[in-house]
Design a protein around this ligand. Sequence first.
Ligand SMILES: [Ca+2]
Length: 98
Amino acid sequence: MGTASSSLASEDIAQLQQCTYFAFRVYNLSGNGFITKEELLEVLRLMAGHNLEEDELVAIVEQTFRDADLNRDSLIDFDEFSSAMVRSDSIRNMSITF
Ligand SMILES: [Ca+2]
């Protein structure tokens, strides 16, 4: 399997970066430049409505942090978020919802 980034055309990357920036601002409720687990959970709760149980939402948050929180400080900064967007289809799909 090639890397996801090499298969994207430059206009796709530009669009992805825009999408990433917008999505990051949505998740970063406090505006402090880091997404916390609490913020991610809150946004997922708003997005999912009644479609998912609380424990399913928590599982998604834990999985997302396992994928995206590269330095394991329980915060996702913009760099981590954007590299996760490039690497992870599930995170990209989550963000395309906006
Ligand atoms: Ca981090």
